[in-house]
Design a protein. Structure first.
Length: 262
């Protein structure tokens, strides 16, 4: 069997059309949307709404500024729109129409933090299975899926607003992980909480990994743990016991799927 795995697509529909070529199945680990394009500032939803200069300043604050500075600047941008929710909603619908249309069957997909999972059932056509906290059996193996990312400590999740990333409390995430049993391939958007897998060498900070995923790996000993989220990790792979833990890469930039064979 041959399965291709991608994560952090961020709008690269052209490459996504080819991602399943030669594979028995495609796995998508989230972040389909291109919300903020940190390389081409005129692209993505924010680029379309605010222009390259404003997005460039937002990107600089994300790299160099404090969280309060970044939040304040972001709010100042959204305040310039008459109906931010409608503008964002239309842009998301447009992107999902193209991106889900690029998927080949069979595809097994779980959402990332830069996704709106409530819309996925509307766009997922025949042969595309959306899983989050669920298991799919394929080629004699059990694939377990957990979507989203973790909220930072002491941050209260927003329940309103025009855009809310798919961020989960640690308790909610851990419950979802605990529901997976007898997993051969662990498929998540975020990595296990292992320092070399969570540290981004370009952003120069650690993203939040999941300790519950580490516990599952140690207890159930799956063949693979595959994930994305960290675009430039200190290490793309490590082993925990018999389990190969692998960041499948920043697909928007590499346009190359990671290949599982058995």
């Amino acid at each position: 069997m041959r399965v291709h795995v991608v994560s952090d697509v961020h709008g690269n529909a052209d490459a996504l059309k080819r991602a399943g070529d030669g594979a028995d199945a495609l796995i998508v680990l989230g972040d389909l949307l291109d919300f903020v394009d940190y390389r081409e500032h005129d692209k993505g939803i924010m680029g379309a709404l605010f222009g390259a200069e404003k997005v460039g300043e937002f990107a600089r604050l994300r790299r160099e500024g404090t969280r309060d500075e970044t939040v304040a600047f972001s709010r100042s941008l959204w305040a310039t729109l008459a109906d931010p929710a409608a503008a964002v909603g239309e842009a998301i619908q447009d992107q999902y129409s193209v991106l889900f249309g690029a998927l080949t069957a069979p595809t097994f997909a779980t959402p990332g933090n830069v996704d709106d999972p409530s819309l996925w059932p509307e766009f997922a056509g025949d042969g595309i299975s959306v899983l989050d906290g669920g298991v799919a059996e394929f080629g004699g193996l059990r694939f377990g899926f957990i979507g989203g990312a973790l909220l930072p400590p002491n941050v209260v999740p927003r329940r309103n607003g025009f855009w809310r990333p798919y961020l989960r409390t640690r308790e909610e995430y851990d419950v979802a992980v605990g529901g997976l049993e007898n997993i051969d391939v662990l498929c998540t958007h975020i990595p296990p909480a292992i320092p070399e897998l969570t540290y981004d060498v370009v952003a120069r900070r650690s993203e939040i990994g999941s300790a519950a995923l580490v516990d599952l790996i140690r207890e159930q000993r799956p063949r693979w743990s595959v994930f994305g989220h960290v675009h430039q990790p200190l290490s793309a792979r490590t082993r925990v016991g018999r389990t190969e833990c692998r960041n499948v890469g920043h697909f928007k930039e590499t346009a190359q799927p990671y290949v599982l064979r058995w």
